[in-house]
Design a protein around this ligand. Structure first.
Ligand code: ADP
Ligand code: MG
Length: 438
């Protein structure tokens, strides 16, 4: 298959040739004809496989030439960096057309300059949801001519708390005969659910059924029985300041993030910050900037807070706990090993984490090698409460996966604290009651 087969116009074909694209990538092969035919599309394909051109080319085809001053198409992206990247694609592929786009984003983007550009008129807007609404609310933009809306990294947009802004935007832009498309490397089912309101019989394209992790990231894991031992191992690893020079430590919850952060500042290194959803946007971006500029060595983060942040050259990603959503494993470790650089992703796994890790291995289609805890690291006994919690959670998951599973506190013998033997026996037997049949 060639780009000529799509019946794109000469101007686009010339730009494609100049860009050095010889043939369409798999996502382009599937998405371009569907988008040209006017379908709504959900396109999923791994990072770096040309999703941008997959939506940009049909869009440029549809917009054809400069017309009026109101935007006729909108591309949303979660971060400033992505908006800029998409804008560059626009410039490259629209080179031989007279189409006009403006890029709207917050952060360093001067709103004054962006407003001037908006006043000059455009065919296409590429924007983060927040900045777009901001400018709209200043009565500087008419969004009623929008006939195409594309969300790039759609799962991140819908995950980053943009939901109210998206709903507001959907109310504003005309819904009549609008074509919508979502693209991303991962698209969890629950995100697809969120889109049901605005996608109409979408065609789903899925090029990578399994999420793929970069080859440049070396992955490994330690089996670590409990929180305390995880802390000990973390302390030990971080002693090697030279190789662990730019480290993100991921946790599932903000409580654990705070605990790890406190421990690190006290015992290991002053050069550490924490970001999670309870910190305000400013504190988060300051911490993140400090980390990016290597003013600090270690960043402790939850998945939610770290999503969409783009940083290169991370030496190590440490998963203090496996993420709640398996996709996030891919996102987490994608922060190291970028741009051809080598990176290392280390996971600390207790029994529960190990269970999830096996699932993650299936998702990424790879076995993650195990490493032994160095003998100098103190392996402490798991406190009774913590152990109970782990086993209970594990049982819960096993039961959910297999309704016939009856082994409540399966590991009872091995882990049992003798002091609490009787108490626990009673509790577990009541737990083991078979589920009521409906
Ligand atoms: P994604 O959004 O899927 O992560 P991008 O759209 O950013 O990927 O594309 C990754 C790189 O591949 C870009 O540099 C882009 O110019 C290039 N590219 C896109 N399509 C093709 C193609 N058909 N042939 C060669 N290179 C391509
Ligand atoms: Mg992309």
């Amino acid at each position: 298959m060639t780009f000529e087969d799509f019946k794109l116009n000469r101007q686009l074909l010339n730009a494609i040739e100049e860009a050095g694209y010889e043939k369409p990538s798999p996502i382009q092969e599937k998405a371009i004809p569907l988008l040209l035919a006017g379908h709504d599309v959900i396109g999923v394909a791994q990072t770096g496989t040309g999703k941008t051109a997959a939506f940009m080319l049909p869009l440029l085809m549809k917009l054809k030439y400069a017309q009026g001053n109101e935007p006729r198409a909108l591309i949303l992206a979660p971060t400033r960096e992505l908006v800029m990247q998409i804008y560059e694609h626009f410039e490259m592929l629209s080179k031989y057309t007279d189409l006009r786009a403006v890029a709207l984003y917050g952060g360093s983007g001067s709103i004054k300059r962006q407003l001037e550009q908006v006043r000059e008129g455009m065919d296409l807007i590429i924007a983060t949801p927040g900045r777009l609404l901001d400018i709209y609310q200043r009565n500087e933009l008419n969004l009623r001519k929008i006939k195409t809306m594309i969300m790039d990294e759609a799962d991140r947009i819908l995950d980053m708390g943009f939901q109210p802004q998206i709903n507001r935007l959907l109310e504003i832009i005309s819904s009549k005969k609008r074509q919508n498309a979502l693209f991303s490397a991962t698209m969890p089912e629950k995100v697809v659910k969120l889109t049901e309101d605005f996608l109409e019989f979408p065609e789903e394209i899925n090029i990578s059924p399994v999420a793929v992790t970069a080859e440049t990231v070396e992955q490994r894991y330690y089996e670590v029985p409990n929180f305390r031992t995880k802390i000990n191992l973390l302390e030990h690893l971080l002693e090697d300041k030279e190789s662990f020079h730019k480290v993100i430590v991921f946790t599932r919850t903000k409580e654990v993030a705070n605990n790890v952060y406190k421990f690190l500042t006290r015992k290991v290194d002053e050069s550490v910050r924490v970001i999670h959803s309870n910190k305000d946007q400013n504190a988060r971006s300051n911490a993140f900037d400090d980390f990016k500029k290597e003013n600090i060595r270690i960043l402790v983060a939850t998945d939610v807070a770290a999503r969409g942040l783009d940083v290169s050259d991370v030496s190590h990603v440490i998963n203090f706990e496996v993420p709640k959503q398996y996709d996030d494993y891919v996102h987490r470790i994608g922060r190291t090993g970028r741009a051809e650089k080598e990176g290392i992703a280390i996971t600390f796994a207790n029994v529960l984490d190990v269970h999830h890790l096996r699932k993650i291995e299936k998702l990424i289609g790879k076995k993650i090698p195990q490493e032994r805890i160095p003998t100098v690291v103190d392996i402490t006994q798991t406190p009774f409460e913590e152990n109970q919690k782990l086993l209970r959670a594990l049982d819960f998951i096993r039961q959910r996966e297999d309704p016939n599973y009856k082994g409540a506190f399966h590991h009872k013998k091995r882990y049992q604290d003798p002091k609490n033997k009787d108490k626990k026996k009673n509790r577990s037997s009541s737990n083991r009651k078979p589920k009521k049949k409906r």
